[in-house]
Design a protein around this ligand. Sequence first.
Ligand SMILES: Cc1cc2nc3c(=O)[nH]c(=O)nc-3n(C[C@H](O)[C@H](O)[C@H](O)COP(=O)(O)O)c2cc1C
Length: 181
Amino acid sequence: MLQKLLFNRRSVRKYQDKKVERPKIEAVVKAALTAPTGKNLKPVEIIVVEDEQTLKLLAQVRGAASKQIAGAPLAFVVIADTRESSTWLSDTAITAIIIQLLAEDNGLKSCWVHVENRKAEDGTSSEAKVRKALGIAEYYTAHCIVAVGYQGEEKCAYTEEDLDYSKVHKERFGNSFIQNT
Ligand SMILES: Cc1cc2nc3c(=O)[nH]c(=O)nc-3n(C[C@H](O)[C@H](O)[C@H](O)COP(=O)(O)O)c2cc1C
């Protein structure tokens, strides 16, 4: 089941003009809150955005890389209090992928839009733009935005042929996993 879900998950940047039902949003939120964090410090927080105007604002934070958010009915903004933990970068990333997988599990598609350490088209910080748009304090990282909705463009699922085993080593770097099993 999980393997099928992982192969089927593809980033989608066009969505149907259809709202995501509240129970599905809650299922995603619930899963996100189970995400493991370094030392269990839980610095990660999520802002659930459905407001059209706010989604349009978020679509501007990275130019071309974020413009698809304007066409999504829903976005999860993944942030973290950087004062609370030294592993916030990993913690936020784990939460974001859990959001993507739970979206997939609920018949939805998603796309990660990276914000942390990125710039908007006007050269200003993407994180600062997200913080301003959503009223987030300075000491939070605005790590990424996961746009979510019903699939509005075709994307092929991954197959065995897509898997790059040259990235997998056996015992020592450079030893092929495939040839040495
Ligand atoms: C860390 C990270 C940052 C990403 N940033 C963006 C982004 O800013 N905008 C975007 O459209 N897609 C973004 N993506 C989606 C990737 O482009 C996408 O995952 C990749 O092309 C592989 O396609 P797949 O998700 O369909 O397997 C990001 C994905 C990751 C994991």
